[in-house]
Design a protein. Structure first.
Lengths: 105, 284
């Protein structure tokens, strides 16, 4: 969270709507520990990361959808992607659980 | 007197809710402990509460009793520096019997502990490189040397503090704050400096004590430590001396990497090729 505070502050000063995605749990091998955070603003600009670059694209899409639908937030899971060609997932074989929510607090 | 949050409560709940982020950001930036609770599943998903030791809570995760129980757990997690997910009933129930017929509230408890500290004794060539690598790893870095001309902020701009003093007062003043996540690196080869630094560090619970020097320097240092009464094998086992891993580092930067890698290995309890646990030449 520390590394994305400056971008969040900047976006807040511009009155942008922001969603925050945080790793809340990992099973097996995962690139980032719980607490790893990424912020996405309403224009799709990104700060931080929640994996080794494997799932960030999908997180942006989820975050924008959450902002658009006024969702209070939801859990999203990304697992191993081998069984579905082109599906988003972690090549390392682990599963990462993210909570993505609008920054309304 | 208890520390106070630096804001006034406003009349609208919407306003104080937005204080959570600003307070969180302020405490993270000032290296103050703080823990953020977020309902990630179940009733009131997305509800957020911010807690800090000895301060009032900000926000709620849905029920006063749930707040009380979850904050009690969260402050314990914060103390241990852990981040976790816990399950409760909507009114803070925790036992399996009480939870049987209720929906589960899953709460993400995210701890923001102050960064670990690294105190480096000796303002030598290796110090700047070590301070730089330690900063990359997120340490709060203190450089200390009694020699005024060497211990300057200009030479160590990356350090959070540069102190012109002897080891003993620093370790007396700050020793109680040092714990398993922290490190003391003694890079001076000067016996006037390194023996008191080792004694001071051994008196703390610091997780890592590394002492620089060749194997010859290390042998002589052991003699001097014996002279001042440091002979307990438990104490001597804590000293990583010569400092660092046996990876053939040559430059100050490579040595800094070998020191920090040793710190990581020791912290997580892995067996790593420490110079302190081997013999033979450090540089081949």
């Amino acid at each position: 969270m520390r590394e994305i505070l400056a971008d969040i502050d900047h976006w807040r000063s511009q009155n942008k709507r922001i969603a925050v995605a945080r790793v809340v749990d990992i099973e097996g091998s995962g690139p980032r520990d719980p607490g790893a955070a990424m912020a996405v603003n309403q224009d799709g600009e990104v700060s931080g990361s929640v994996s080794g670059g494997c799932v960030e694209g999908a997180v942006v899409a989820e975050a924008l959808e959450i902002l658009a639908s006024n969702s209070p937030g939801r859990l999203v899971k990304f697992g191993y992607s081998d069984d579905e060609a082109f599906a988003v997932g972690l090549t390392c074989g682990g599963t990462v659980h993210l909570f993505i929510q609008p920054l309304t607090w | 007197m208890a520390e106070q949050f630096t804001y006034l409560f406003s009349h609208s709940p919407g306003d104080w809710v937005t204080m959570i982020y600003t307070t969180l950001a302020e405490r993270i930036r000032n290296n103050k402990p703080v823990v953020l609770l977020t309902v990630i599943d179940g009733p009131n998903v997305g509800a957020t509460l911010l807690a800090s030791p000895n301060l009032n809570n900000l926000g709620t995760i849905g029920d006063p009793e749930l707040d009380r129980v979850a904050v009690r757990d969260a402050l314990g997690e914060l103390e241990a520096g852990r981040t976790s997910v816990r399950n409760y009933g909507p009114s803070g129930q925790v036992t399996p019997e009480d939870l049987r017929d209720t929906p589960t509230v899953r709460v993400f408890i995210e701890s923001f502990s102050p960064p670990p500290q690294m105190i480096i004794f000796g303002a030598v060539d290796f110090t700047a490189a070590l301070a730089r690598v330690a900063k990359v790893l997120g340490y709060y870095v203190v450089v200390c040397d009694a020699r005024e001309v060497f211990a300057t902020k200009r030479r160590f701009p990356m350090a959070d503090e540069v102190l012109v003093t002897w080891p003993q007062p620093v370790l007396t003043a700050r020793g109680a704050d040092l714990g398993p996540r922290d490190a003391v690196c003694i890079l001076t080869h000067d016996p006037k400096f390194d023996v008191p630094a080792i004694q001071g560090a051994l008196a703390t619970n610091v997780g890592y004590i590394g002492v620089m020097g060749s194997r010859k320097t290390h042998a002589k240092r052991l003699e001097r430590l014996t002279e001042v009464g440091v002979t307990n094998s438990k104490d001597l086992d804590r000293l990583m001396s010569p400092i660092g891993l046996d990876i053939g580092s040559r430059t100050p930067e490579e040595t800094a990497i070998s020191i920090c890698a040793e710190i990581i290995g020791k912290r997580v309890g892995r067996s790593v090729p420490s110079l302190a646990k081997s013999d033979g030449p450090i540089h081949r």
